[in-house]
Design a protein around this ligand. Sequence first.
Ligand code: UDP
Length: 343
Amino acid sequence: MIKLKKEIEEIIKNLGDISKSVEDKNVLVTGGAGFLGSWICEVLVEQGAKVICLDNLVSGLNSNISAMMDKDNFKFIQHDVTQPIFFDEQIEVVMHLASRASPFEFEKYPIQILKANTLGIWVALGIAKKHEAKFLYTSTSEIYGDAKEIPTTEEYRGNVNPVGPRSCYDEAKRCGESYVIAYKLQHGMDTRIARIFNTYGPRMRAEGVYGRVVPRFIEQALSNKPITIFGDGSQTRSFCYVTDQVEGLLKLAFSERAKGEVVNIGSDNEITILELAKLVNELTNSSSEMEFHPLPKDDPMRRKPDISKAKEILSWKPKVELKDGLLKLINWFKEKESGKLGK
Ligand code: UDP
């Protein structure tokens, strides 16, 4: 059985000294019921922070936070962060994660995505400014677009189509970064920007508009359905297991050395989508066939971060091998299917 509690303990162990600076801090997490948001809330709650989780729950993610609901140091507020909200208690850290992030959602909910990363970040920055709080923004590798510099450093300025199907996400996140820099310049705020590369792990969904490639392939392989490869599968991604990602994000949010920085957080282990499909098939002992579909417009051909900066300033690097992480997620999906999911 894959115990998420054990994974949370592992993250806390790897956070080392950072754990001490988290204890008793009042932390606001927007999008706190989402995939990464809920992992972050859970680690913070375990470490003794006082967590306020804000989420509009439009994606129906209540189950991600249900186990925290009865904790004294966890407060959930159902609220859309694009609308103003005021807090009586002092807030010391704001982490802005609220946003849909799946390419299928770019087509269906482009306006919500734009609002979460423009109006939403404006509200979140306003809260941080009023409370003189540290601010972490979860930006994305998508701000680089179809990058021509591989591995991609934080200096690379991007190759983005402003009117393409991914524009609502790419340009909104670029605008979000610009907001952060504006508040840092004009108000001298303590800000940090994470550029998150492809991440996978328990609590990701395979179905409908939420499905990203890893959970989709696992779900397809486990049910011996065809594995849907977009294009010829020669496009690449570099997949980071969720515990590594969450450790990186928390180190970036809390470490003194990270003040004002923009940092890539992800794995630099690049793999083609076809290789990923074959690996998932092998690890699940599946008899699924490969089924080729047209490549979506503007789908980036290669994605691999340069993570030297994260290694240097955060003393962080991803530790979970792709094969091991996939096996964990495969087990999690099997347990979910059989209704035996452990905490
Ligand atoms: N992909 C695929 N089959 C699927 C879903 C995705 O081949 O069923 C491809 C997609 O075209 C992209 C890569 O897998 O090249 C990663 O897709 P994902 O949706 O995880 O997000 P992205 O990295 O594009 O933001």
